[in-house]
Structures are given as C-alpha cells and as structure tokens.
Design a protein around this ligand. Structure first.
Ligand code: SF4
Length: 105
C-alpha cells in the first residue's frame, strides 16, 4: 500500500498548485496510534478464535523475509512496514493476515 503526499508548489511565484509526490519512507509507515488500534483489533480477533496458532507460521515468515515491505534495520527490523507488526509473532497467529495478501492460505 503505497502512500502519497500532496505538496504545494509555486507559492513564491503566486501560481499555486498541488502536486502528488511519493511520501518519504518514514511517512509511509503506520503511525503509533494506527498500530495501537490494529493491535487491539488483532488481540480481540485472536481471543475470539480461541487463541488458535497457525500451522503455516514458517511459510508465512519465509514470505515476509523475501518481501520488500519487511523492515531490515532500526526500529523496523523484522517488522512489516505496511502494518507495523513484528512478523515472527504475527505469523504464528492463525487469525492474522498479510495486509498485502501474500501469505499462503
Ligand atoms: S505481512 Fe505481507 S506485506 Fe508485510 S512483510 Fe509480510 S508478506 Fe510483506
């Protein structure tokens, strides 16, 4: 899920128009508030499922490890940059899904 940013250009010349540009990487990742909300929903879904674990956790992690959305350093190491989750944990939870639908069923 690519995010864009609208910037105003030409303000000095008096000609103002807006242009859509790619947002910097740090602006494309989910914010803490969004991650807290989705964590709460995921926890409720996990509880509602009877705390079932996935039989495909290793396959899921393998997909994540070759995915361009997987973070590799700093605060994002081993976290998906689309959902903000720690993938080695999320992959184990049966009720969870890849936000980009890349995981096996
Ligand atoms: S959850 Fe999906 S989008 Fe995120 S790193 Fe894994 S495969 Fe990529």
């Amino acid at each position: 899920m690519r995010q864009n940013k609208i910037v105003t250009v030409g303000a000095r010349s008096g000609i103002i128009k807006e242009q859509i540009v790619d947002a910097p990487e740090e602006e494309q990742t989910p914010k803490a508030r969004e991650m807290a909300a989705s964590f709460a929903v995921a926890a409720a879904r996990f509880a509602a499922s009877g705390f079932k674990l996935s039989d495909h956790a290793d396959e899921r992690v393998a997909v994540c490890e070759s995915c361009e959305h997987m973070g590799t350093d700093g605060n994002w190491k081993n976290r998906c940059k689309l959902c903000g989750c720690f993938m080695k944990v999320k992959a184990k939870i049966k009720s969870e899904t890849c936000p980009d639908r890349r995981w096996p069923k």
